[in-house]
Each structure stands twice: as C-alpha cells, then as structure tokens.
Design a binder for this molecule. Structure first.
Ligand code: SF4
Length: 428
C-alpha cells in the first residue's frame, strides 16, 4: 500500500476505503485503449497550443506522449484542442500567469496516526516508529500521507490571491461535477499549500465530449473555495484519509469507485464487495423475482438490482476478456460451479477501415445513387463534426452570433430527421 495518494484517486478511496489496500495486491492492467492514447495526445496538444499562443509556462516541462507506431489523432477529435484553448481564453483573464502540466505533491499530517502492519506498506516513511506485535510481525506508526496531483492548467491572478485550475476529461464517460468531486478539492488543497497567499481558489472540470442536454452532466462545472473554506477543505481531506486508513479492510462497491479499480478490472471475484454483488444478483435475479417485481414494483429492490448490475458491468467485461485470454492458452476453463467453458466463433459485425475505397467500389457495384443512399446510415454526431471541420466553425457555442455546426445542422438537416429520446439514469 502506497502512502502517496493521487488527487484523482480520492473519490475512489473515500467511497471504498478498502480499495487502497486491495489494489496494492494486483497490477493495473495495461491499457492500450485508443481513448487513453487519444486523451494523452489531446492533453499534450492543448498544453502546447497554450504555451505557443498564450505564453503559458510548463514548470515540469512538456513531453509528447508515447504513441503507438503510426498513431494519428483522429481528424474528428481535433476540435477538442481548439475547444480547450478557447475555454482558457474565455475564463482566464489575459493578465494572469498561465501554467500547464503543473505537478504538485505535499505531505499532510494525519490527525490520528495509524499503526499499520509493515507487510501492508510498499514504502515505509523514513524514521517511522516501529513496534513488534504479539505474533512477532512488525507494524509501523504512520503519521503522514502525501497528496499528489497534476493540474492540466493553472492560472494565478497578478496579486497571487486567486487561482483557477482546469482539468480536461476527454473521455465519453461523464465525471461528477467539480463541486461534488474530491479530485477538485484535492487540487485546491495542493494549490493552497503551494501558494499559501491564495484566498480564492476556483476549479473547472471540462468535459468536451459530454452532451449536457442528453446526460444532465455539465460540460464545464466549477467549484470555488475562499480562504477559510480552503483551510477547512485541507482538514476534511486529512480527516477522510485518516478514516480510510483506519477502515482499510472494508470494501464498498459502487459504479463510481469500481469502474477504474485495478481489482475490479483484474480479479473482481477476489473483492468481497464484488462477490457480494454477484451473490445478490445470483440469489435474486430469477425469473420469479423479476416477475414479482413487475407485478408489484418495489422501488427500493428495483433500484438495488439495477445498481448491482451496473456496478458489475465493467468488471464482468474485463473478466470476460481475461477468460478469452485463458481460453487462448488452455482451450477450456472449468468453473468452480462445475460448468466447463469452451469457445466457438461466428462471423461478427463488419468494419470498413477505408471508407473512401469502399465507397469507390460501391459506386461501381451499385451505380444508382438512390440505391446507395438506401443502404447507407448516417451518424449525426459525425455529420456535425464534419460540418465544423469543413466550414472552419466550432461545433457548439453559447454565443448567439457565433456560427456553429450545431446551428447549421438545426437549420438545414434537423427538419429531415426524427430524434428519439434517450433515457438516462442518474445515480446520486
Ligand atoms: S472492486 Fe470496488 S469494492 Fe472492490 S476494492 Fe475495488 S473499488 Fe472497492
């Protein structure tokens, strides 16, 4: 267990105290996902533009991310770089000091030092007090923890009393708004420690891919703390970390904390809370109980079903991939329940890697345009992105006079489409 805690991991730690210790026993799976690569590149490109165009400094240097060979930023994601630069122009006054990629780490005292077995610690604080337990093993008195964080953008007012931090979340999964997000509080705490004169710390969580109307999640959300609140927030974080260390053997599952947990993504069956979720689903998700629920809905039980199912979605996806890897190696797996798992294959969905080449041949095979139109499907999101790229305008804007792809779409194409309503569950 590492006593250096990342601000971005505080939400998980406070929701599931056991996650810190539990995750230390497994390796985080390598992520070669395109979204992770794309996210690193977008962060880098925004930072580079802020340095070149707005004179931002990069105190820790600016290093291009390591990209898979031949990787290029998808053309339809390039708008996010413009969007990020524009957000900085919109929210950071021009006379403020602007920094990018700011790494901060400080040590904080625990209000109540905690005795922790030596075997649970990956790094033992220098000079820590030790004692021998009755069983002959050693334990260590942990008095401090380190909080670290990496701000994508940090701006400071000329008098050094105000700060504005920005964090880009370039994925499609919405994060909690800044005022409900411990990551924001962690960053504010670090900034207030680094610059003790700060009296007003603001933080913005920027999620360009989130459609606020469809998801109910704000695209740009803000939190703001004044001097006293900042100091109290530092104490709240110290107290919560203290409680988490005292309660480190207790796990608590939930969508938010389990989604990125290394244990959930590698060996969810070894997490007691995940196992309990599975038992709950197995014991209750029977045709009879579902029929009973349908006949006389009991909202509390219905909600529990859905939350358990969603909590298990990401771990089951990861475990299924792991099972495929085992099947690649051993051919079959015998589950403890007695079921033998093997595999067969069948043709899956088609992909068109080169759309231009495919369409060129399609024109030969189906010479009539009307025939080609009938077998085509249209992605409205992609159309809007292409309108933005070809016309050199932003995708979306709140400024009444500014042209945008959304406005072009609404005027020209929306009358020709029927839009279904998405139903999105919000868990709070
Ligand atoms: S899988 Fe979920 S409940 Fe289990 S340790 Fe990780 S975050 Fe906690």
């Amino acid at each position: 267990m590492n006593l250096t805690l990342r601000a971005s991991g505080l939400d998980q730690l406070f929701a599931c105290n056991g996650s810190l210790l539990a995750q230390s026993f497994v390796s985080r799976p390598d992520t070669e996902e395109d979204s992770a690569t794309e996210g690193s590149l977008l962060h880098y490109l925004i930072a580079k533009r802020l340095v070149l165009e707005l004179g931002a400094t990069a105190p820790d240097g600016l290093t291009p991310p390591h990209l898979p060979k031949g990787y290029k930023l998808p053309a339809f994601s390039a708008w996010i770089v413009d969007w990020g630069v524009q957000v900085v122009k919109d929210f950071v006054p021009s006379d403020w000091t602007l920094m990018v990629e700011v790494g901060l780490a400080y040590e904080y005292a625990l209000p109540r030092p905690v005795w922790i077995p030596l075997a649970e610690l990956s790094d033992v604080p220098v000079g820590a007090i030790r004692r021998t337990r009755a069983d002959g093993t050693e334990e260590v008195l942990v008095t401090h923890f380190t909080l670290s964080g990496h701000l994508d953008v940090l701006a400071m007012s000329p008098d050094g009393k105000r700060s504005l931090g920005l964090d880009w979340k370039t994925g499609v999964v919405g994060a909690d708004p800044a005022e409900q997000n411990w990551q924001a509080s962690g960053y504010d705490t670090l900034v207030a420690t680094a610059w003790p004169d700060i009296e007003d710390a603001e933080f913005k969580l920027c999620q360009p891919r989130i459609d606020s109307d469809a998801t109910g999640i704000e695209r740009i959300s803000s939190s703001r703390l004044n001097g006293d609140e900042l100091r109290r927030m530092t104490d709240v974080i110290r107290e919560n970390v203290n409680r988490a260390l005292e309660n480190r053997y207790e796990t608590n599952s939930g969508q938010k904390q389990c989604r990125y947990c290394a244990l959930a993504l590698t060996r969810p069956w070894d997490c007691p809370s995940m196992a309990a979720e599975l038992s709950f689903m197995k014991a209750n998700l029977t045709p009879e109980t579902l029929a009973a629920l349908r006949a006389m809905p009991r909202d509390g039980a219905l909600g529990d079903f859905v939350i358990s199912g969603r909590t298990l979605t990401a771990p089951i996806k990861a475990a299924t991939e792991l099972l495929h890897e085992r099947l690649d190696t051993v051919g079959h797996v015998d589950a403890d329940c007695g079921t033998r798992i093997t595999r067969t294959t069948r043709p899956g969905d088609y992909e068109v890697p080169d759309k231009q080449a495919f369409y060129g041949v399609l024109k030969v095979v189906l010479p009539e345009e009307a025939d080609r139109v009938e077998c085509s499907t249209f992605g409205m999101g992609e159309i809007k992105k292409r309108i933005a790229v070809t016309r050199g305008i932003v995708q979306k804007t709140v400024k009444p006079m500014e042209p945008s792809a959304e406005k072009v779409f609404d005027a020209e194409l929306r009358p020709l489409v029927n839009q279904q309503q998405s139903r999105i569950l919000i868990f709070s």
